[in-house]
Design a protein around this ligand. Structure first.
Ligand code: FAD
Ligand code: DLZ
Ligand code: SF4
Length: 507
């Protein structure tokens, strides 16, 4: 019996379940670069190059381990353009009896694969993706009897289950969460270490030429290209983070500095999400750094919470709530995405910086995504479908399972409060406190109204006013209405007028 084992572009792990029990003398592993995946949103050029190069390197490493790999490049004249069509071609070519694939990261791909046994007339086994630490069944057990889901309680369960930072049955240090010690503004002379810069080898060079030729009209700078594209290199990125950045990760987790896109973050999401790194090894590396006195508890706990807390939580919610989640639009927001999300041409310096860095790196750190890029789309009432399409296209770590809950749940509150207890709406003073962007902005962050006022200031109040019916009873944001209601009619009029003018000018 010959089995076709399909390995998708975000399944680049030796331990991927589709390879379990593989008969290397008989079975065929299929990997394919396909037009459909590269263009269903027009991904950033660097993202496509990263994934194609990582896939080609992974293919070489499988071959070195004696797997028989069928690999289709994007410019292969026989390339059929989609997963299903490529599988069909391989089935015919190799007289395949059954297909094994690990469950994909995106709902639309799973829907497709679930039909293949009918469409292709062949047995298809879809295996669990056990690289994630919380299975759908475990999440359902945890979630089903709760009135409200909160990440913090989920996270504590994960700490207990995997015995991470635990001392007997108590959290190390006596607290579960050290955020009160984190999130300092970027004051003083910070010396941010340089990021990992990978070398372009022959494989990557070939990919860069292909992407430049075939995806010229996609967003983003292709070069310089410096991502890790093999597991060994990804491990170097992780180790470099643990040694150089982790000690300050907690302190400056929310800080933004002009010209410092990488700050003290780990930059491992690209590698975690395509399988070159595994979540538990990143967590254990951080835990060990704490145990050896190389990094403080506030930093280590904060980092670990992002991985076994947020990352697992958003993925579980995605599968729990699809397909509804993709349609959710609690505020009925309907505006198109302004063109400066692509061009960076805006007088708002915070947005100019974050879009420019996204264009250069296919990366922005969490607070840039949440409190600048995301916050603006929430306040301006941009339709979630445009916001999701943008976030899915522009970041090299973006796959729908992680992008959609962060965008529709965390920033847009489009799910009405399932994932987050309140919208992360903020005026300019938050950005001013956590960054140096306002210093060189042509708007004045201290002005609340008028042509020079920071647009975040009046848009914040206008957003609350527009959505009063939906937010008034929210216990975490509802009290802001008392402040709004105490404002004079003249002030309220100015807020409405400035917001209307600004939003109209965007269109
Ligand atoms: P660090 O800050 O060093 O964090 C360590 C790791 O924790 C990350 O690599 C990531 O795996 C995990 N993590 C941290 N926060 C989250 C989170 N909220 N959800 C899931 N995992 C998290 N992350 C993606 O991986 N892909 C996305 O498409 C994505 N889209 C986002 C969109 C918005 C609007 C927001 C607010 C957040 C988004 N995130 C996304 C989460 C987070 O911003 C990125 O994981 C992080 O910036 C990646 O950089 P890093 O590896 O340096 O992370
Ligand atoms: C993101 C992406 C891109 C750009 N291209 C490919 C590809 O050509 N071949 C492939 O196997 N995977 C690609 N991917 C990742 C897939 O979109 C991802 O595997 C699915 O969305 C399922 O999560
Ligand atoms: Fe952004 Fe407002 Fe600061 Fe300008 S003044 S950088 S628009 S927050």
């Amino acid at each position: 019996m010959t089995t076709l084992r399909l390995v998708l572009g975000d399944q680049l792990s030796d331990s991927i379940s589709s390879l379990n029990g593989c008969d290397r003398a008989q079975d065929i592993v299929l990997m394919c670069e396909v037009w459909d995946e590269a263009t269903y949103v027009k991904h950033h050029k660097k993202k496509i190059a990263f994934l194609f190069s990582a896939m080609r390197h992974f293919c070489e490493s499988l071959k070195r381990q004696d797997y028989e790999v069928e690999y289709t490049k994007i410019d292969d004249p026989h390339n059929a353009g989609s997963f299903k069509a490529e599988v069909k071609r391989a089935v015919a070519k190799h007289a395949i009896d059954r297909i094994i694939v690990t469950s994909p990261g995106e709902y639309r791909v799973l829907q497709d694969i679930q039909q293949w046994h009918v469409d292709l007339g062949i047995e298809v086994e879809i295996r669990t993706d056990d690289r994630f630490l919380c299975s759908q069944e475990a999440f359902t057990d945890w979630a089903q009897n709760r009135k409200q889901l909160r990440m913090e309680y989920f996270y504590r369960e994960m700490r207990r289950k995997y015995r991470v930072l635990m001392h007997e049955n108590e959290p190390v240090g006596g607290q579960w969460n050290y955020d009160a010690e984190n999130r300092k503004p970027p004051k003083g002379d910070l010396h941010v270490p340089p990021p990992y810069l990978g070398q372009v080898d022959e494989i990557t060079q070939g990919v860069l030429e292909t992407v430049a030729a075939r995806f010229a009209n996609h967003f983003g700078d292709l070069e310089p290209f410096y991502f890790a594209v093999t597991r060994d290199e990804a491990l170097k990125v992780l180790n470099r983070f643990i040694q150089q950045r982790l000690p300050s990760f907690g302190d400056y987790q929310d800080a933004m500095i002009e010209g410092e896109p990488w700050m003290y973050h780990s930059h491992i999401s690209f590698y975690l999400n395509c399988g070159l790194l595994l979540p538990l090894e990143c967590v254990r590396a951080a835990e060990e750094a704490y145990e050896q006195g190389q990094a403080p508890l506030n930093a280590v706990e904060g980092f670990i919470r992002q991985i076994i807390g947020w990352r697992e939580y958003v993925r579980a919610i995605y599968w729990f709530k699809m397909p509804f989640y993709a349609e959710a639009n609690f505020f009925e927001a309907a505006r198109p995405l302004p063109s400066f999300y692509w061009t960076a041409h805006t007088r708002m310096n915070c947005l100019h910086q974050c879009v420019s860095e996204t264009r250069e790196n296919a990366y922005a750190h969490h607070i840039q995504r949440l409190m600048v890029l995301g916050n603006f789309t929430l306040l301006a009432g941009i339709d979630p479908k445009y916001v999701n399409a943008w976030f899915l296209a522009v970041y090299a770590d973006a796959y729908e399972w992680v992008e959609l809950p962060n965008v529709s749940g965390m920033i847009l509150f489009a799910d009405g409060g399932y994932l987050a207890s309140k919208p992360y709406a903020a005026g300019g003073s938050y950005i001013n406190k956590m960054s140096d962007y306002c210093k060189s902005c042509s708007y004045k962050v201290t002005r609340k109204n008028g042509p020079d006022a920071c647009p975040f200031n009046y848009l914040y109040w206008d957003f609350l006013d527009r959505n009063r019916d939906k937010l008034r009873s929210n216990h975490r944001i509802g009290m802001m209405y008392q402040t709004y209601d105490r404002m004079s009619d003249e002030k309220k009029h100015a807020i409405r007028d400035d917001s209307q003018k600004f939003l109209d000018s965007m269109e």
